[in-house]
Design a protein around this ligand. Sequence first.
Ligand code: CO
Length: 134
Amino acid sequence: MIKGLNHIAIAVPDLAVAAKRYRDQLGAVVSEPVAQPAHGVSVVFIELENAKIELLEPLGDNSPIAKFLARNPEGGIHHICLEVDNIAAASEKLKIEGVRILGSNEPKIGAHGKPVLFLHPKDFFSTLIELEEK
Ligand code: CO
């Protein structure tokens, strides 16, 4: 079902500091910051040959990463995003398997304009997994 790694998302307390460090110390090509108010984050994208890294900073009052940063004030890996061919089929299978899907249980349009689902970290060894339709 899963096909490839799309991105690793890292929550950071200060996006400018994190972007600069990736650029200066790791030689990364880092995008300009993009505000995504619908998702409660500002993001910079780092393109790798085989996947992306996304650095996330909270945006607004109800950011989904605010609690995570309260627990991990220096930042940390927030989720990994894996690609699937068919998100509806993936959702159906996971429901049958008893995996908990966060939110409404239905795929939502994610930060890249494609349907995504988030799986409960308690069902995957304390790792939040995002599935994105390729
Ligand atoms: Co993501």
